[in-house]
Design a protein around this ligand. Structure first.
Ligand code: KIV
Length: 272
């Protein structure tokens, strides 16, 4: 990617400048055509490891590999030109040592051209975040409900219903900010806690299932578009793409069965 290409994109400093300003619009993307559709509207496109559940049919994000993230990251970079693209570090690719995290994050950045990586964890990941950011790897932190901890947590559970945990989450936010994260995803936390953390931090908070008290929101695109049949309760569906596909495929199948579909000389004019 040339330096000119980079300049057209939203940068990490542009994202940081949105603290307390116009809320950040963030969405997940895993493929080039979806990235092309989302890019004009989004400040940040995240190649989330949710790709494992959404596109590959896994029950959790744990089986996702670095190679999968790189392949989807390359596709999203090809399909977008404006949004900042960040790629999730998958389970097992960064937790062992800061050196392991650095080696893998550099591979992700070099092979995709993405601008940042995201990793899960608060206070305990702060030394790793500091190691990365001091060496040129921009990091988005992710605290609250961290899906890679699903087996330890015993499910995908909202955090902070019990006020006793608030102090820990606030400390997590402060630690990753101090370590150099340029923004932070707050997932599955109750509204007063999201507000408290957002008010306390100088970096933007991007919520998912964490209310409008954050500095922006991220949703899994397939969830909010109505692609997926099973979605978290907090997700508003802004479209019913799954139903549209079902109807379209039903018409196609009946035309094929009735041999009534257009032949090679027919010039089709789309009506929508
Ligand atoms: O993997 C993912 O898609 C994510 C976001 C939903 C925050 O981590």
């Amino acid at each position: 990617m040339s330096a000119q290409d980079q300049q057209k994109r939203i940068s990490t400093s542009d994202i940081m400048a949105r603290k307390g300003a116009v809320p950040l619009v963030a969405l997940t993307a895993y493929t080039a055509p979806m990235a092309r559709l989302l890019d004009p509207h989004a400040d940040l496109l995240l190649v989330g490891d949710s790709v494992g559940m959404v596109l590959h049919g896994f029950e959790t994000t744990l089986p996702v590999s670095l190679e999968m993230m790189i392949m989807h990251g390359q596709a999203v970079m090809r399909g977008s030109e404006k949004a900042l693209v960040a790629i999730d570090m998958p389970f097992g690719s960064y937790e062992e040592t800061p050196q392991q995290a650095y080696r893998n994050a550099v591979e992700v950045m070099q092979r995709t051209g993405c601008m940042a990586v995201k990793l899960e964890g608060g206070q305990h990941m702060a030394p790793t975040i500091e190691f990365l950011t001091k060496r040129g790897v921009p990091v988005i932190a992710h605290i609250g409900l961290t899906p890679q901890a699903v087996q330890v947590d015993g499910g995908f559970k909202v955090k902070g219903r019990d006020e006793v945990l608030w102090h820990q989450l606030e400390a997590d936010g402060l630690a990753v900010q101090q370590a150099g994260a340029f923004c932070i995803v707050l997932e599955g936390i109750v509204e007063p806690l999201a507000k408290r953390v957002s008010d306390r931090l100088a970096i933007p908070t991007i919520g998912i299932g964490a209310s409008a008290a954050c500095d922006g929101q991220i949703l899994v695109s397939e969830d909010m578009l109505g692609f997926a049949s099973k979605v978290p309760k907090f997700v508003k569906r802004y479209g019913e793409v799954g139903q549209m596909i079902d109807k379209a495929v039903e018409s196609y199948a009946s035309e094929v069965r009735e041999r009534s579909f257009p032949g090679p000389d027919h010039v089709y004019e789309a009506k929508f």
